[in-house]
Design a protein around this ligand. Structure first.
Ligand SMILES: [Zn+2]
Length: 257
């Protein structure tokens, strides 16, 4: 048993007893961990209001053996996730980011780049300078860059099955299970194939290879491709985690905002 210090984002809070909770956190140095916070809701606890979904905090915890929960001993709030003050859609988008972080990561495997991307994205979601129309673009960027940091970015230039270059065409087959674009020879032997327009293929490439942030596009381009891009990514992320994700349905259900 050793005491460890790191930064964390709170991904899930589950009540454990009257005043204790079990937290799932993404940490900068230890990857995803689950820890018991005893007396979390008691007044003057060692957690000072830092235990809430999406909070960025500095934590101290005692690492237990592999089959036991770690024990959180301190949490100091760095930044609260405040999207609820802005709109329901921003809140849901933030919760979707947390859902993806839970589902895509394995316990105790650190990914500092993914941690940075998550912090940046959560800050952006509740910042006043984000146009509500850019929210879904931000989601797409996060999805593809998170996959890249985890080594699972879809193959956009060469066939995901045989590795042959797939040239530029008005539309190309994309295999959900294969994990990328497909050549004409591999397409008939692949399952769960959708067609990607050149515009959507370019949008995905731009996000995988670009810096975090929003590519400069005009509003017409954006609305034309958002529908197809969302559809493809929603299916792809579900395939990748092995089941349907909860938050996308809620985000799609409330439309713009
Ligand atoms: Zn092929």
């Amino acid at each position: 048993m050793s005491s460890e210090k790191t930064e964390a984002i709170i991904l899930r809070v589950v009540p454990f007893s009257e005043s204790s909770v079990v937290l799932t956190m993404l940490t900068r140095d230890f990857g995803k961990i689950s820890a018991l916070a005893k007396g979390a809701y008691r007044p003057k606890s060692a957690f000072e209001g830092a235990i809430d979904l999406g909070c960025h905090c500095r934590v101290v915890f005692i690492k237990k053996s592999s089959d036991a929960l770690d024990l959180l001993t301190e949490a100091k709030l760095e930044r609260r996730f405040r999207a609820a003050n802005k709109s329901l859609q921003r809140l849901y988008v933030g919760y979707y980011i947390l859902e993806l972080l839970r589902e895509l990561t394995e316990s105790d495997e650190p990914h500092p780049d993914l941690f940075e991307l998550a912090l940046w994205t959560l800050r952006k979601i509740d910042s006043a300078d984000l146009n509500p129309g850019d929210l879904l673009d931000l989601v797409a960027t996060f999805e593809l860059q998170a996959l890249k940091h985890l080594g699972h970015a879809p193959s956009m230039d060469v066939c995901a099955t045989c590795g042959k270059t797939v040239g530029e065409m008005p539309s190309v087959p994309f295999g959900m299970i294969s994990g990328g674009v497909l050549c004409l020879a591999c397409r008939p032997i692949s399952r769960q194939v959708v067609m990607l327009s050149k515009q959507t293929r370019d949008a995905m490439r731009q996000r995988i290879n670009g810096p975090p942030g929003l590519p400069a596009v005009n509003q017409t381009q954006k609305s034309q491709r958002n529908g197809e891009l969302r559809g493809v990514l929603r299916r792809y992320m579900s395939h990748h985690v092995g089941h349907e994700l909860k938050m996308p349905r809620l985000i799609d259900g409330i439309g713009g905002g």
